[in-house]
Write a protein that binds this ligand. Structure first.
Ligand SMILES: *Cc1c(COP(=O)(O)O)cnc(C)c1O
Length: 500
């Protein structure tokens, strides 16, 4: 049974209305009665109704209260602007009102940072938070974040210690670097290195590496931002060692190499190997730095993936400084790693900018635990990004079949498994088209776009992609335990269709 709706009619409003009808024009009406808040029920009265109680099962009381208030405010301002000419006194439509409140709360809820199901097949999806963490990393974060820790405390001496001591030791061991430093992200690492070494000098960069990483992080801008002068050498497709050699002047502070992480130049190309650049730098007394981008710690080519340079390889080529991301292929938390010679790393650690760019305890905890997995050779088994990249075709086919079967039970949904191609994403292995299995779904009468939108509105949101006009889900990035979540979302969507 529907509860009687709250009535906002007041005799004052009616009287004014009659006057209005008689007078024939609106401007001279005393509309204070219309504007008066008492035309609508009070917030506290609305909060006592059963639809409000139902909403507080899902949303907090404060959220419901604020949204009810905002919705009332919206109605009021609509009334003020409205012509009020239909001759009807305004009845408060409680059902419609709470529908609007629910929609507003749903929209707010979607906007919050929350877990989402990645069915795009893009393993390192920057818009979806890049690398999901390994369980060991999560436990480490929990441990350190919930309690006090020895973040900057030397437990032997009881005195102040260095942040990230263990992390840096692990990085040294895993990459062969003399020293290491952890900052907020790779962009911060590049920024810090350029500030420490290139200020008021020249940085030499190949025209083939003047790249934009994404989010308008452009390497040439970062160089000039730091008060350094960019010296471009070579051409888009070809740069030779002699181009660098000829460009070196007494003002040259840095030879910079940027890994082509999110694009490929194919065809008639030539670039200078890091080892050759490092040799040139040593001969001429100029620092050589590589922005490696992804920062793989293990070579994945034995597993059938295209070769991606590892941080260890870069160190062995003799570069003075190597910068890379912690949350790309490495599979850790968002951070930037600076690896290199003792002297340069110490100089960056002492730079005033380091304090502003240093990583927090949760990041350091997650990174240290992730690095430990590499150290104990459990990385490919335990780190989600690596696991997803290295799945066997059989495992992908099995998951696709399971998903198809779960969806086949939900008419009008139809699902088909087909072969497809995914990408590692996130500026990693740009050329690596990963053969995968897709589940192509249709859900009439929804179009592919409205199905995608309905799935984005689910809890948790499910993100797929569009291919050949169809909505598809790539199972490479879907976990086995997420298959029921996807089926549940489709169940709710189809139920919604039934109820109109
Ligand atoms: C991704 C990337 C960056 C930026 O790294 P963040 O960790 O996102 O700051 C910089 N340089 C290269 C070559 C990259 O691939």
């Amino acid at each position: 049974m529907q509860k009687p709706s709250l009535d906002c009619r007041s005799s004052a409003a009616q009287a004014a209305k009659i006057w209005h009808d008689k007078a024939g024009y609106y401007n001279r009406v005393d509309t204070r009665a219309f504007r008066h808040p008492s035309r609508f029920p009070a917030v506290h009265a609305l909060l006592e109704t059963s639809p409000a109680h139902a909403l507080t099962q899902t949303f907090s009381r404060v959220q419901v209260r604020d949204t009810v208030r905002a919705e009332l405010e919206r109605l009021r301002s609509e009334q003020r602007g409205g012509p009020e000419s239909d001759g009807q006194p305004c009845a408060f439509d409680e059902h419609g009102f709470f529908e609007a409140v629910r929609r507003a709360l749903d929209t707010q809820h979607r906007a919050r940072l929350q877990r989402a199901v990645n069915a795009t097949g893009i393993v390192i999806h920057t818009n979806m938070g890049r690398a999901p963490l390994a369980s060991a990393a999560l436990e480490a974060v929990r441990d350190v974040a919930q309690s006090y820790s020895n973040l900057e405390l030397d437990l032997e001496t009881g005195k102040r210690g260095g942040r990230g001591g263990q992390t840096e030791a692990l990085l040294r061991r895993l990459t062969g670097a003399e020293a290491a430093l952890v900052v907020n992200n790779n962009a911060a690492a590049v920024l810090l290195a350029l500030s420490a070494f290139a200020r008021d000098g020249e940085v030499i960069l190949s025209r083939g590496e003047m790249v934009e990483i994404g989010g308008a992080f452009r390497i040439p801008d970062v160089i000039t931002q730091n008060g350094a002068r960019l010296v471009e050498v070579g051409t888009t497709n070809k740069t030779r060692l002699s181009d660098y050699a000829q460009a070196i002047t007494p003002q040259t502070k840095l030879l910079l190499k940027v890994h082509a992480s999110n694009f490929q130049i194919v065809g008639f190309t030539q670039s200078v190997a890091l080892a050759d650049l490092a040799r040139l730098g040593r001969e001429r007394g100029v620092l050589v730095m590589e922005d490696l981008g992804s920062g793989a710690l293990v070579d994945l080519s034995p597993y059938g993936l295209p070769p991606e340079p590892t941080a260890g390889m870069s160190m062995r080529s003799g570069a003075d400084i190597v910068a890379c991301s912690g949350d790309k292929l490495l599979g850790g938390p968002q951070c930037g790693l600076l690896l290199g010679k003792k002297e340069q790393i110490a100089q960056m650690a002492d730079h005033p900018l380091f304090r502003a760019l240093r990583a927090d305890k949760m990041t350091l905890a997650a990174l240290e635990a992730t690095l430990r997995l590499y150290d104990s050779e459990e990385a490919v088994r335990e780190i989600p990004t690596l696991r997803m990249l290295l799945q066997t075709p059989d495992a992908l086919a099995r998951r696709a079949r399971r998903l198809r079967l779960a969806l086949a039970k939900l008419p009008p949904v139809t699902a088909q498994v087909r072969d497809g191609v995914g990408y590692s994403g996130g500026g990693t292995l740009p050329e690596a088209a990963l053969p995968s299995k897709l589940v192509a779904v249709s859900c009439p009468p929804l179009t592919a776009d409205s199905l995608a939108q309905a799935l984005r509105r689910c809890r948790p949101p499910i993100i797929g992609r569009r291919e050949d006009g169809q909505f598809v889900m790539d199972v490479r990035t879907l976990r086995d335990d997420e298959v029921p979540l996807v089926a549940g979302a489709f169940r709710r969507i189809t139920a919604g269709l039934e109820h109109g």
